[in-house]
Write a protein that binds this ligand. Structure first.
Ligand SMILES: Nc1nc2c(ncn2[C@@H]2O[C@H](COP(=O)(O)OP(=O)(O)OP(=O)(O)O)[C@@H](O)[C@H]2O)c(=O)[nH]1
Ligand SMILES: [Mg+2]
Length: 462
């Protein structure tokens, strides 16, 4: 079935792009262009007419993109029409009248995948590229879309298939024990080195996933220290209520930030104290949960409150207030365990000598904006050191992590089995499981094909 869709955004615009893919693309374009089909891949100016009524619909730039050398691999056409709503509707209705069907979400990409133009990771990269809000996200998505991940996974898979070929060979030569044994033994180091490589890939601190979703930052501290004020100052708008009364914020308030291309999700939380009201208690519970789930905790104190009790201890020292103890607990049980001490309201009191509180503190005034640049710089530096610049191929989705984990386990089972003298038939099954898991990453399950090809290169015992 030939499909069409508006590929540009909804709403009024200078130009709107309507895309067509499928066997009837040529015929439809021919009829829309009144018999004047443009030369392939050359943008051409045409008057578009309704295929049956012949009414003029618009003047447009038109592209005729015969398959397979295009995005979907099928015959395609693109119409660059004027971006008014009525124009777009008239042209789309004409396409429906010509017997074409409106595409479902992602259907063009699905067809590209079905026709072998892209693999699953590249399709995911394309989705991420469209959703990318910041520079680093764009880089990471583009790397994935242009095949960085595919190349890496294919390399792993070839190593694995090589190991499988050895095991298959040992089964083929099972009546010649020497050859069978020799071939089988070759498979074990291959499997072991691949398992080690998968381990390294898994131990990436989830940087690809975190960059894709945004680095989570929670602002926590006692009531009234200025957490909501900081959120507003960084967001550049009044996202949270600021009020001179402890216990103002109850819910977790979230804003997205782009700092030097790094995506951050900043969360303001309720002030931590022994709250009397159940609503505030729930707020405190949520605050601690947000701290626990965060990649970075900004532990805020009020620098104008005098020395005692205001500033929590540095890591390794004793906590000095009950709130600090609870925040510390949340940071320790978080997966990243990263805390940055933020001393606020320095406009009311001169910042104490930095030595007093260790070097990790940042002194700011959420009110005057003093020190905010230093705080942003500290966040960017942390992001850069910990998560990189988004260009190296990494795992970007839970799906990838799960499949790599499955492959890793199957490889371990193979190595353990081989060492325990398991029968080659059973051992082969573990490798097949690992190959299936890696195949699911890219969406290619053609083990037999590749195996045949690789196996053909071997010359075992002859
Ligand atoms: N002078 C000064 N006042 C500040 C600063 N930051 C916040 N304040 C004031 O401190 C009070 C509390 O600020 P909030 O931002 O609501 O504090 P909070 O930590 O969110 O408080 P809760 O939501 O109750 O936990 C408000 O009156 C702010 O105007 C600052 O840097 N300097
Ligand atoms: Mg608040």
């Amino acid at each position: 079935m030939t499909i069409y869709a508006l590929s540009s955004g909804l709403g009024r615009a200078g130009i709107a792009v309507i895309r067509i893919s499928g066997r009837a693309s040529k015929k439809t374009l021919y009829s829309l262009c009144n018999g004047r089909l443009p030369a392939p891949r050359v943008s051409s100016f045409r008057r578009l007419r309704h295929p049956t009524s012949r009414e003029m619909l618009d003047e447009a730039m038109v592209l005729w993109l015969p398959g397979p050398a295009n995005f979907t691999g099928e015959d395609m056409a693109e119409l660059y029409v004027h971006g008014g709503r009525a124009v777009v509707t008239a042209v789309m209705n004409a396409l429906a009248d010509a017997g074409l069907r409106l595409a479902e979400p992602g259907e063009f990409t699905r067809r590209a995948f079905g026709n072998g133009k892209i693999d699953l990771t590249e399709a995911e990269g394309l989705a991420d590229l469209i959703n990318a809000d910041t520079e680093i996200q764009r880089r990471q998505a583009l790397a994935q879309h242009s095949g960085a991940m595919r190349a890496r996974y294919e390399t792993w898979r070839r190593t694995l298939l090589k190991a499988m070929a050895y095991v298959e060979a040992s089964l083929d030569f099972s009546d010649e024990a020497d050859i069978a044994d020799g071939a089988f033994k070759e498979a074990v180091p291959e499997a072991r080195s691949l398992a080690a490589e998968l381990d390294r890939a898994l131990a990436d601190g989830r940087r690809g996933e975190i960059l894709r979703e945004g680095i989570s930052v929670a602002i926590v501290g006692e009531p009234n220290v200025g957490k909501s004020s900081l959120l507003n100052a960084l967001a550049g708008r009044e996202a949270a209520i600021v009020y001179d009364e402890p216990g103002t914020t109850r819910d977790v308030i979230e804003v997205s930030l782009d700092l030097d291309g790094y995506p951050f999700v900043l969360r303001d939380t309720a002030g931590i104290r022994e709250a009397a009201s159940p609503v505030e208690q729930e707020g405190v519970r949520r605050a601690l949960a947000a701290a626990e789930a965060a990649d970075v905790v900004l532990a805020m104190v009020d620098g104008s409150r005098g020395e005692a009790g205001a500033v929590p201890a540095q890591a390794g020292e004793e906590a000095v207030s009950p709130a600090d103890e609870r925040i510390e607990g949340a940071v320790v049980s978080s997966s990243s365990g990263v805390r940055l001490l933020v001393v606020n309201k320095v406009d009311l009191a001169p910042p104490p000598a930095p030595g007093n509180f260790g070097s990790a503190a940042v002194y700011i005034s959420a009110k005057t904006g003093l020190g905010l640049d230093a705080l942003k710089a500290a966040l960017v530096q942390f992001a850069c050191e910990r998560y990189g610049s988004g260009e190296a191929p990494t795992i970007t989705r839970v799906r990838h992590r799960q499949e790599i984990g499955r492959a890793r386990e199957a490889l371990a089972a193979f190595v353990d089995g081989a060492e325990a003298g398991e029968a080659p038939e059973l051992a082969a099954e573990h490798l097949r499981e690992a190959a299936d898991a890696l195949g699911r990453l890219t969406g290619r399950l053609d083990v037999e094909d590749v195996l045949g090809q690789i196996f053909g290169e071997f010359c075992v015992g002859k």
